[in-house]
Design a protein around this ligand. Sequence first.
Ligand SMILES: [Zn+2]
Length: 168
Amino acid sequence: MSTQKLGRLEVTFETANIQGVATTRLQLAGRIDDSAPLSSFIDNINTPAVIIDTDGVAFVNSIGVREWMRLLRGLAAKGCAIRLERIADVLITQMNMIPDVRGTATIASFHAQYVCGACGAEAAPLIDAGQYAAQLAAMQAPQLPCPECNSVMELGDYPERYLTLFKA
Ligand SMILES: [Zn+2]
């Protein structure tokens, strides 16, 4: 496992054998912007499978989105199966606006902005795309328990901003 800084983005890189498949795992944290040339990783990845975890990404700008798309396209061109885990809120909303931000990748889970109608708490819980596949395909965000008062939280935004790409 190795960690390197690309501007204000921290990238942790490791390879592992997952269910018999050589897999590269990239964990991104921080800001994907002008100072993060993500596509420079394409040459370093030589496994048939790649997992990209963006749980720690707090910000992405338009140049960052372009670099992200370049990375995904480059990996897809090498024949990599790409799986996106714990997609940051700032990226899943981009994916819903611009299909190329997702590209050929499979989505495992993502964060979404939720609000609690009972106590007003806001949170960005993780939604498992497999567990809620049927609901997401119907453009319905799952109801999740409020971390503060345990009543039901609802998506705090238009479903289109998060769920368009799951639409059946
Ligand atoms: Zn609450």
